[in-house]
Ligand binder design. Structure first.
Ligand code: PEP
Ligand code: MN
Length: 264
């Protein structure tokens, strides 16, 4: 169902009034993790002003160590909903466990993210497919393009056609970056499917100095959407502090993205 042999015309995914896969490049921006209402509010206003159309932020965080900050959970969803309504940016946030779906319904979360670590959690994929809200499906860090598209198939076969794929970097031997952003794989996937394509330049970069270049490379390669981590005070962030952009740097990046998109 994800194949463009099955469906020829490109799919457009609507998250409230935001169209992904259309003419315009959609940018989701916000902190790695929701930390406080003030933090999310500050960043949401700043990224909206800079031209972002979706607000990202994790309430449930898939951390490598159980001793690291795990996210605010329900409290995080509550903050996202409140700030989203105030500022006027629909939300994209990660779901890690199908048992939390009632909370995602209660706070009327606009787009559900499946993280790289759950990209092959097939029971979660089936439940999220049944849930019906638009999904941002990250590529597993050790998944081939073929496997990634099969994960999308789990969502589509449950009747949810509103799926956006997201390349977020894969594991390779290279240590100069946190993950290897697989631009080639992203382009290859785009040629095989009708689903829109997102790129996450933040997680493969691992350091904020690399984020602009990876974002621009993704746009040049045909990404329909970007998801970028922005924090009001990155040094103080409770997760991924080295890769989050300041609101000022994000604004500069947005201008570079617009200029590049116009030139393509
Ligand atoms: C995230 O977007 O915050 C995240 C945890 O991403 P990934 O699943 O790609 O590591
Ligand atoms: Mn992160």
């Amino acid at each position: 169902l994800a194949s463009n042999e099955w469906k020829k015309e490109p799919t457009k995914v609507n998250v409230k009034d935001v169209e992904i896969g259309g003419e315009k490049i959609v940018v989701a921006a916000g902190p790695c993790a929701v930390e406080s209402e003030e933090q999310v509010e500050t960043v949401a206003k700043a990224v909206k002003r800079a031209g972002a159309s979706l607000l990202r932020g994790g309430a449930f965080k898939p951390r490598t160590s159980p001793y690291s900050f795990q996210g605010l959970g329900e409290g995080g969803l509550k903050i996202l909903r409140k700030v989203s309504d105030e500022v006027g940016l629909p939300i994209v946030t990660e779901i890690m466990d199908a048992r939390d779906l009632p909370l995602f319904k209660q706070y009327d979360i606009d787009m559900l993210q499946i993280g790289a670590r759950n990209a092959q959690n097939f029971t979660l994929l089936k439940e999220v497919g049944k849930f019906g809200k638009p999904v941002l499906l990250k590529r597993g860090m050790a998944n081939t393009v073929e496997e990634w598209l099969q994960s999308a198939e789990y969502l589509l076969s449950e009747g949810n056609g509103n799926v956006v794929l997201c390349e977020r970097g894969i594991r390779t031997f290279e240590k100069a970056t946190r993950f290897t952003l697989d631009i080639g794989g992203m382009v290859a996937a785009k040629m095989m499917t009708h689903l829109p394509m997102c790129a996450d330049p933040s997680h493969p970069a691992g350091k904020r100095e690399l984020v602009h270049s990876l974002a621009l490379a993704s746009v040049a390669a045909g990404a329909d959407m970007l998801i970028i981590e922005v924090h009001p005070n990155p040094e103080k962030a409770l997760s991924d502090s080295e890769q989050q952009l300041t609101p000022e740097s994000f604004e500069v990046l947005m201008n570079r993205i617009k200029a590049l998109a116009n030139a393509l």
